[in-house]
Design a protein around this ligand. Structure first.
Ligand SMILES: C[S@@+](CC[C@H](N)C(=O)[O-])C[C@H]1O[C@@H](n2cnc3c(N)ncnc32)[C@H](O)[C@@H]1O
Length: 210
């Protein structure tokens, strides 16, 4: 599976990337104490990392693809130095409280974080690995950490992911205290394979901790 992601980055098949970042992040992320540490698993080259760091948070992304990590720093003119942290090479920005560690999220360990931002991460994980992914995320968060998770919901039997559908009851089995804050039909922005398969709705859902 990691070769599949590596190939996507090599070949520029990164349709999930939002040039201007997520409008939902900007709308639903609350004001947390300045300096709060934020974990962003499977971060790609998301500019959401920069937005969070510019709000004054201490941001850590984890990304498998070195192409993605290098593109994030180059495209945003960010200088960096590299260190080894949690067993992975990490790129630390010179001018922002931001580091991105490059490698397998499942193999990465760290101190615990104050908050989680998950967009394009849980939905990217093979459904067979979802429980393992969630356990690993939980092991990296303080028990009272703020969490924002953006999922997709659609008829999975019509087309396979990624991105995968994460049914609400499954999400709530992992995270009992999350609340569904917002949902809208995002079919217009989903990969063409889903419309071609006959899907008529793809919900994008924002889950927030209380
Ligand atoms: C759908 S993309 C979403 C990226 C980003 N969250 C965004 O919203 O733009 C999923 C990303 O997860 C990365 N990825 C997949 N498996 C991973 C793993 N085990 N460890 C770290 N990154 C992984 C892929 O390389 C890819 O960049």
């Amino acid at each position: 599976m990691s070769e599949d992601w590596a190939a996507r980055w090599r070949e520029g098949r990164t349709g999930w990337h939002e040039q201007g970042g997520s409008a939902l992040l900007r709308r639903y992320w609350p004001a947390l104490p300045s300096g709060s540490s934020v974990l962003v698993p499977l971060c790609g080259k998301s500019v959401d990392l920069l937005w969070l760091a510019r709000q004054g948070y201490d941001v850590t992304g984890i990304e498998l693809s070195e192409i993605a990590v290098q593109a994030l720093f180059a495209e945003n003119s960010l200088g960096f130095e590299t260190t080894i942290e949690g067993g992975l090479p990490c790129y630390r920005a010179g001018s922002l409280p931001l580091r991105v560690c490059c490698g397998d999220f499942f193999a990465w360990s760290s101190q615990r974080f104050d908050a989680l931002y998950d967009r394009g991460a849980l939905v990217a994980v093979d459904p067979r690995d979802r429980a393992r992914y969630t356990d690993h995320v939980k092991s990296l968060l303080h028990p009272d950490a703020f969490r924002m998770i953006i999922t997709l919901e659609y008829e999975q039997d019509k087309a396979p992911g990624p991105p995968w559908s994460v049914p609400a009851d499954e999400l709530l089995a992992y995270w009992q205290d999350l609340q569904r804050a917002f949902a809208h039909d995002d079919l217009a922005n989903c990969p063409p394979k889903f419309r071609a398969a006959g899907l008529t709705e793809m919900l994008e859902v924002v889950w927030l901790s209380r």
